[in-house]
Design a protein around this ligand. Structure first.
Ligand code: Z5A
Length: 204
């Protein structure tokens, strides 16, 4: 019997994390594992309403209010989807989780990394990912992959995206996130991601 595992894919917009989350989930399913592919924000019915309030509403939103809405989504997601899946032995592959708040709200929005990490711990009830993979791509590659900005956060300018990338890179050692080169074809990147999560998903 292989153990359950909580795998999080992270990165700036255009890093390819959603593509890699899908490829990883499909590959693990092909290997005979039960996989729950999920995402933040917005994967539960309540979370979908929170996502709309966060991303599709152009009225000003205070950064602390933004963090608390994301945290409410995360708390519901953990209790409704992630924890039950782990308890029945599944692998959870999650497209964004607490590291996104630490980077976007803690660093890029300036709320403070330690304060945001503490609020994340509260929101998740202390549940931590077994592995966080951060897809790292140059700003040039990310901007070529990014579709036209459609939501409130995506419309932030190039300085914001550069700050997000720098924050993932500089905070990775402190939080134990694993940086993976996200450049190359989706299949090439998928091989790197599969190898990076192997110690966690292949343990017995
Ligand atoms: N946010 C936050 O601030 N705080 C939080 O706590 C959380 C989120 C959880 C929405 O997130 C926003 O919420 C996000 C952060 C904030 N805003 N920003 N910026 P989201 O995850 O829903 O949306 P997103 O960040 O904009 O991700 P995305 O659109 O899903 O992009 P992606 O995951 O990086 O990339 P992708 O969808 O896999 O690929 C994008 C395109 O590139 C697509 O056409 C692919 O076919 C192509 N692609 C992917 N990989 C490759 C490779 N290897 N080669 C060539 N082309 C590729």
């Amino acid at each position: 019997m292989t153990a359950c595992a909580f795998v999080v894919l992270e990165g700036g917009e255009g890093s390819g994390k959603s593509t890699q989350a899908r490829l990883l989930a499909g590959r693990l399913e092909g290997e005979g594992r039960e996989v729950v592919l999920t995402f933040e924000p917005g994967a539960t019915p309540r979370g979908a309403a929170l996502r709309a309030a966060l991303l599709d509403d152009d009225r000003p939103l205070d950064p602390r209010a933004e963090l608390l809405l994301l945290s409410a989504d995360r708390a519901q997601h953990v209790e409704e989807v992630i924890r039950p899946a782990l308890e029945r032995g599944a692998i959870v592959v999650c497209d964004r989780h607490a590291p996104s708040s630490i980077v976007y709200q803690g660093d890029a929005r300036g709320l403070g990394v330690d304060s945001v990490a503490e609020i994340c711990r509260y929101a998740t009830g202390g549940l931590l990912p077994d592995v966080v993979v951060v897809l790292d791509v140059s700003e040039q590659v990310a901007s070529e992959r990014r579709p036209e900005a459609t939501d409130r956060i995506e419309r932030a300018g190039p300085e914001f995206h550069a700050r997000v990338r720098a924050a993932y890179r500089s905070l990775a050692p402190q939080f134990g996130w694993l940086l993976v080169d996200g450049e190359g074809t989706p299949d090439v990147v998928a091989e790197r991601v599969r190898a990076t999560v192997s110690p966690v998903v292949d343990r017995r």
